[in-house]
Design a protein around this ligand. Structure first.
Ligand code: FDA
Length: 312
């Protein structure tokens, strides 16, 4: 995890309209372009192709049609229709049926009831087709409402759904008990957003310590949890804890992001652990891409090399 200043800087860049326009124009066009390392492409066909390449390496996948913070119901409806088309395309393709989405992509900022309706439309198409649908966790103003919507749908009988908890937030250890009591699946992450100290740990060591505590809890009491991290120390802790407590390798999975620590993904597969790669795609890739750059300063050098290499 990177320091706060870098997270803040990229948080600001992520909201720059001018940069977003420039990036959309140049970022993905060339097959070797800089955004391609982290984003599988702009179309579902490209995402399916990337997914097939991962499956050939015995990796599992979760497709994520990028998009967030939509400001009109028309855009939210369009995103919902796009998701339905993704479900159909994935079903036809024969790749694994597993998707992730964000509630602000479905209109949560505009009207909660419409966002829930949109999510229900997606679940109505996805569940009978055997999909698992993970609701990503956005920044802390959305934690309560995301968990509340998740619990409502769970009570209504949707079972092929899961949620995400961020160890950076003080509240998450309590939320973990609440979600585990439902019997639902949790993806445990550190948290990708810059958060105030009133709600979140501010140092890497505190976030890591909370991650380690939550990981032990979720491995012992959770329901097929996802340990989503690229942090070697956390992964080693998980393996060690699972071994010590006789938790078989197929009772949980590791998850990592497309293009990040591919070496580690493959070494875990070789050791017999299920590893799922989160495969983001779509035209709205800029905020996601900025979060990835903000996580690791070395990525900026990678982008600069790619830009200079392409133009030179
Ligand atoms: P940490 O940031 O400490 O990094 C550990 C090591 O991993 C680094 O030293 C580096 O080697 C490598 N690394 C990490 N990020 C990298 C990058 N961008 N590029 C290159 N190397 C990198 N967050 C959230 O708030 N809501 C969500 O719904 C999700 N969903 C999600 C799904 C999946 C499958 C994953 C893996 C992650 C998320 N995240 C997320 C993101 C998560 O919160 C976190 O920001 C990143 O995973 C980075 O944190 P690490 O746990 O990898 O540790």
């Amino acid at each position: 995890m990177v320091d706060r200043a870098s997270k803040t800087f990229f948080h600001l860049l992520a909201h720059s309209g001018v940069l977003k326009k420039m990036a959309s124009r140049y970022g993905m066009r060339h097959p070797t372009s800089f955004a391609r390392r982290f984003i599988a492409g702009e179309t579902v066909e490209e995402a399916i192709e990337a997914a097939r390449a991962l499956e050939a390496k015995r990796l599992h996948l979760a497709l994520d049609l990028l998009g967030e913070s939509v400001t009109s119901l028309d855009t939210a409806d369009a995103a919902t229709r796009e998701y339905l088309a993704v479900i159909d395309a994935v079903t036809r393709s024969g790749i694994e049926r597993n998707i992730s989405l964000k509630l602000t992509q479905l209109g949560l900022d505009v009207d909660k009831a419409s966002a829930v309706d949109n999510l229900r439309k997606i679940l109505e198409r996805a569940e009978p087709a055997g999909f698992f649908v993970r609701i990503d966790m956005e920044n802390s103003p959305y934690t309560d409402v995301t968990l509340e919507i998740f619990e409502t749908l769970w009570q209504q009988g949707y079972r092929q759904i899961g949620v995400v908890l961020q160890s950076a937030l003080h509240r998450s250890e309590r939320d973990l008990q609440r979600i585990t009591a439902l019997g639902a699946r949790v993806r445990l992450v550190k948290g990708a957003y810059k958060e105030p100290k009133s709600v979140a740990y501010q140092t890497k060591s505190d976030v890591d310590a909370a991650y380690a505590r939550m990981m032990r809890t979720v491995l012992s009491t959770g329901h097929y949890p996802a340990i989503a991290t690229h942090d070697r120390a956390m992964i080693d802790l998980a393996r060690q804890f699972a071994r010590q407590h006789n938790i078989a390798a197929d009772r949980f999975e590791f998850q990592m992001l497309y293009g990040v620590r591919r070496d580690l993904q493959m070494s875990l597969v070789k050791e017999g652990y299920p590893v799922r790669v989160y495969v983001p795609f779509g035209r709205e890739w800029f905020p996601y891409f900025m979060r990835r750059l903000g996580e690791r300063p070395a990525n900026i050098a990678f982008v600069m090399r790619a830009i200079l290499g392409e133009s030179g």
